[in-house]
Design a protein around this ligand. Structure first.
Ligand code: GUN
Length: 425
């Protein structure tokens, strides 16, 4: 990660970064003047900094109205009590339109330029999410949620059968392909079995086939909580990750959320399949039953990004999740039971720093989605955020500026956001 001062970042017509021009280069002044003349120059103040836009690698769009509410039950009870009743409301497309416009706007305001979304079972509502992304200027990866297991889903909110879960997923792929003809900001359909407990073996198999047929990304949850981890062992007699793999769902374009209870064998499987994990550190405090050992996962060369997991996580800000990723990793290192001796209390050498957490929110997410974004470099998408740092005494080094930005940025100090070269905030 490098800090550069007084550079021009030039965008091309397709929204990519064409060139970075240092102030020592011969044409710096002339290129800057030409941009000023064409009224395409954005000039920054001394207290403003450019960062790559963030990639939210796991978010449930329909749960936005519940963000900050109802986190008092374990995962399976929380789904039944709070989450499924809310998601069922998206059969009303007007309700979906209202919520999704607000959510996409909020994420962009927080510097999130790409998001990997779970929708609901309802395709008209999922299409509204895609339209909200296009209208507000965000790159969305969007999944029609598949959940057809009558033992684990309520009658009022489930796919009627495995066949209809798969057919509706295929319909959504086609609908999004059609919608994409109207825009340069392509929205990507994602194969989305909710998680192993919500699905029958038949729907998991059908969705694995669709992922292969269309070569599309896949998203689901993996070994989040003792309960989910135990469900696979009880019902399939293998581990959760192995169930997903059995049905062709661990691909190099797959992103599995949480993974807090994955073991070393699972990490190796993820690495072999080049499947990514979406780390959701705020949500994991509530439902994860453990801290994801980010360093250990990265040592296995598993791709890893950062997600808000609205509304299991309460904040739409990846800055907040960057901070929590660091905090949780420090508690993992030290341990939390003060009755134990320091040597037995934690998992040594688990702490990560802000740079690693920032990497997850940018490059880690981008690589998980095979996107040329997350870096400020020629050939990368111009997905950027301009943040300001108000401080009476300016920090005296690039690393101090970076640290303060990571800890103190709120949506109110994010001044501009660009997606694919276009201003969206
Ligand atoms: N955190 C979280 N975990 C899940 N597992 C299955 N569905 C969900 C969900 O909506 N949120």
């Amino acid at each position: 990660m490098a800090f550069q001062q007084h550079q021009l970042i030039c965008f091309d017509e397709s929204g990519y970064i064409a060139r970075l021009i240092d102030s020592s280069e011969a044409d710096y002044a002339s290129v800057k003047q030409a941009a000023a003349n064409a009224e395409t120059l954005t000039e920054l103040r001394d207290d403003q900094y450019v960062l790559p836009g963030f990639i939210d690698l796991h978010i449930h769009a329909p749960q936005w109205p519940n963000a900050g509410l109802a986190l008092d039950r374990p995962l399976n009870e929380w789904l039944d009590t709070y989450t499924f009743p809310l998601e069922a409301k998206y059969r009303d497309t007007d309700f979906a339109k209202l919520v999704y416009a607000d959510l996409v706007h909020e994420l962009l305001a927080n510097g999130t330029t790409t998001a990997l979304y779970f929708g609901t079972v309802h395709n008209p509502a999922n299409l509204e999410l895609a339209k909200a992304c296009i209208q507000n200027g965000q790159r969305g990866f969007i999944g029609k949620v598949a959940m057809d297991n009558p033992d684990q889903t309520p009658e009022y909110y489930r796919d009627a059968s495995a066949a209809s879960a798969v057919a509706d997923t295929e319909q959504f792929i086609q609908q999004l392909t059609e919608l994409n003809r109207t825009t340069d900001l392509k929205q990507t359909p994602v194969i989305t079995p909710r998680f192993v407990p919500s699905c029958t073996p038949e729907s998991l198999a059908g969705l694995g086939d669709l992922a292969r047929k269309y070569d599309l990304p896949v998203q689901s949850h993996a070994s989040e909580s003792d309960w989910e981890d135990g469900y696979a062992r009880e019902h399939y007699h293998i581990r959760d990750a192995e169930v997903l793999d059995r049905y062709g769902l661990l691909t190099d374009k797959a992103v599995m959320a949480h993974g807090t209870m994955l073991n070393e064998t699972d990490y190796q499987l993820f690495a072999d399949r080049q499947t990514a994990i979406a780390h959701c550190p705020i949500s994991n405090v509530y439902f994860g039953n453990a801290v994801l050992p980010v360093k250990r996962v990265m040592a296995h060369h598993v791709k890893l990004g950062l997600g808000t997991d609205i509304s299991g996580g309460y904040s739409p800000s990846l800055y907040q999740n960057i901070r929590q990723a660091v905090l949780s990793s420090r508690q993992l290192t030290d341990g939390v039971d003060n009755q134990l001796s320091p040597i037995n209390r934690g998992v040594a050498d688990s702490a990560i720093g802000l740079r690693t957490a920032f990497y997850l929110a940018t490059v880690g997410g981008a690589e998980s989605l095979h996107l040329k974004t997350g870096r400020i470099a020629p050939g990368y998408l111009a997905d950027l955020q301009v943040v300001s740092l108000s401080t009476p005494i300016p920090p005296d080094s690039a690393s101090a500026i970076f640290e303060k930005l990571m800890i103190q940025t709120t949506k109110h100090t994010i001044d501009h956001v660009f997606v694919q070269g276009k201003t969206v905030k």
